[in-house]
Design a protein around this ligand. Structure first.
Ligand SMILES: [Zn+2]
Length: 232
């Protein structure tokens, strides 16, 4: 049994959309892009900013903030179809050897995308999950930089959250995607390899994340503890 504490600190209603027409079928993973920032400070920031941007959950090493009510559409990945998921998946598969432990799940996910993935329409059908992140040098914060990372504790905490959401909404692993997989934007950068990178470590971390949530969602049970933040 894994205990998850969800702290609600929602943004103002004008910064998220209406009710989901049907249960969300996708989970889109992002990063905050603010090195060293906690889930609390990111959630707090979103309650004050005037930009039309929102997400459902923000995760750091120890805490999970719910920034948009779960039944409402958040504005995190646009409203388009996936830019080119097939190409991205094929690239990933071509870099894996068939004996790679990730290969079977990746190949299976790829086939499902091809046959059933065209119901992705962005925000209206997806839950947004933002990962807090770290960066070795904060002199620049460009997505092209190679020194972005997510701590192991944040990876584990977000894997637990995503696995619970998969169970709750009946979302299979192949419907857990990165922002990059739908729009091509390099987000979450610590889990997205770019052509200039020395290796594909970031894509590898993503494959491992998908493998982990697939397993957790099938084997674990979750005990959810709901808390309302004092400022909410
Ligand atoms: Zn994003």
């Amino acid at each position: 049994m894994i205990k998850l504490k969800l702290i609600s600190l929602p943004v103002k209603p004008r910064y998220y959309g209406g009710k989901f027409k049907a249960a969300p079928k996708w989970i889109v993973v992002h990063y905050t892009g603010t090195p060293g920032s906690s889930a609390l400070s990111e959630a707090g920031y979103l309650t004050k900013t005037l930009t039309k941007k929102s997400t459902h959950f923000i995760v750091d090493d120890a805490t999970i903030y719910r920034s948009t009510p779960e039944g409402r559409i958040a504005w995190h990945c646009g409203s388009g179809q996936c830019a080119n998921p097939e190409q991205k998946m094929l690239e990933e598969l071509s870099e894996m050897h068939a004996s790679d432990w990730r290969y079977d799940l990746a190949a299976k996910n790829h086939l499902r995308w091809l046959s059933e993935g065209d119901d992705f329409t962005g925000n209206a059908v997806s839950i947004g999950v933002d990962l807090c992140c770290q960066k070795t040098s904060v002199r620049t914060k460009s997505a092209k930089d190679t020194d972005w990372s997510v701590t192991n504790a944040t990876m584990q905490n977000s894997a637990n959250l995503v696995a619970w959401l998969m169970q709750k909404y009946g979302i299979p692993a192949w419907r857990v995607i990165r922002h990059a997989d739908c729009t091509g934007k390099p987000c979450p950068r610590p889990l997205v390899s770019l052509p200039g990178d020395k290796n594909s470590k970031n894509d590898f971390l993503w494959s491992r994340f998908v493998w982990t949530v697939d397993k957790l969602s099938r084997t674990e049970t979750f005990d959810i503890w709901e808390v309302i933040h004092a400022d909410a």
